[in-house]
Design a protein around this ligand. Structure first.
Ligand SMILES: [Fe+2]
Length: 370
């Protein structure tokens, strides 16, 4: 596509493209996106311009279009022009009201996983570029992967966490081991069944990924469960839209009190991004604080929580697998709920969390959707 013509308006530049599309680009926006060396540091990929520079100096002296391929803006306060390529303007125009990228998620229930092994990998896969990209792709599609043949010791977590970025520090440490020891004030450190939940509802920024490696298993029971929280949300939206709306709107508090800390945070069970697309599921009835009397539609919110929980505990949505030593699950803690069945015997897992922004950074740098 080419630029057919430009027209200077009072506060913006009107651009007509060869396919008939027309768009206005405010001078403020053009100045903010200036790639000139006076405004943008190419080495650090950071702004040089301050908000004041942009707001008071977004005044063009001269604007010209070259060969239909680019627009050059000469500003009143500078002799260095800012250049805007046609494809850059077209991309900005098309992305104005939409997310830049939409994750290619495959929302699943158990039956959908029976015909695919796309979420199953081997330890060595994480160290080759191509297979690591496939692991990331599956993490986006299914929200979790199973990794086999890992060395069954805590050092594996340290090594593998570095492929994603680094282990997040928590009250449990950076990389942790747990068994039915009761040495923490948390239900994970018992042999009891754990219902499907997401971790760290008491954190303002719940971890994006969790890694869990089985180091020892001489037990009966203890199968791990994975539930696609986005699938549960989709089902609630289809069958009970009023309850879905409450899960989008009602703030729910999570807390962790013990081990020398008192942590608390609050967000909705279903949290949307600014485009109204579901971005995060947070559900943990262990850590949930009782609702306050001021909660709008108290009855409805309890009904919505109960409905979410009932679906998340249904067999058709729970993928169950007993991890053996050397097997690991890596899952998206903003999407997939996890749990486990009760067990008797010895079962030791090691794990860590990865921050959301670090997981997203790894996705961007490895282009899993391309
Ligand atoms: Fe958990």
């Amino acid at each position: 596509m080419e630029i057919a013509s430009i027209e200077e308006e009072e506060q913006s530049l009107r651009v007509s493209f060869s396919d008939g599309q027309v768009a206005s680009f405010p001078y403020l926006w053009l100045r903010d996106h200036s790639n000139s060396d006076e405004h943008w540091d190419r080495t650090t990929s950071q702004h040089i311009s301050t908000a004041n520079d942009i707001f008071y100096n977004a005044v063009p002296e001269k604007i010209c279009c070259e060969d239909g391929e680019r627009i050059k803006v000469y500003w009143k306060d500078s002799h260095v022009p800012s250049t805007y390529l046609t494809q850059f303007l077209v991309k900005a125009m098309n992305e104005k009201d939409r997310p830049v990228t939409t994750p290619k998620r495959c929302l699943w229930q158990v039956a959908d996983l029976e015909s695919t092994s796309d979420f199953k990998f081997r330890h060595e896969d994480i160290f080759t570029e191509e297979q690591f990209a496939n692991i990331l792709k599956s993490l986006v599609e299914y929200g979790f992967v199973l990794l086999r043949d890992c060395p069954p010791d805590i050092g594996t977590i340290e090594t593998l966490s570095k492929r994603f970025s680094y282990a997040r520090q928590t009250i449990f440490g950076g990389i942790w081991e747990f068994s039915a020891s009761n040495d923490r004030d948390d239900s994970a450190y018992t042999d009891l069944a754990l219902g499907a939940h997401t971790d760290s509802t008491y954190s303002h920024d719940a971890p994006g990924l969790q890694m869990l490696l089985c180091c020892e298993y001489e037990a009966i029971g203890g199968a791990s469960t994975m539930v696609d929280g986005f699938k549960i949300a989709q089902e609630i939206k289809r069958t009970q839209p009023d309850l879905y709306a409450l899960l989008e709107q009602a703030p729910i508090s999570g807390s962790y009190v013990g081990d020398g800390v008192s942590l608390c945070s609050e967000r909705t069970v279903l949290r949307n991004d600014r485009h109204g697309m579901l971005e995060q599921v947070s559900f943990n009835h262990y850590d949930r604080l009782p609702l306050g009397l001021g909660q709008h539609d108290l009855y409805g919110v309890y009904e919505a929580l109960a409905y979410f929980e009932a679906l998340a505990e249904k067999e058709q949505y729970q993928w169950k697998y007993t991890l053996k030593p050397g097997e690991m699950i890596i899952f998206d803690n903003w999407r997939v709920l996890h749990g486990r069945e009760a067990f008797k015997g010895k079962r030791k897992l090691a794990g860590c969390y990865i921050n959301r922004e670090d997981f997203e950074s790894t996705l961007r740098l490895n282009n899993p959707n391309d």
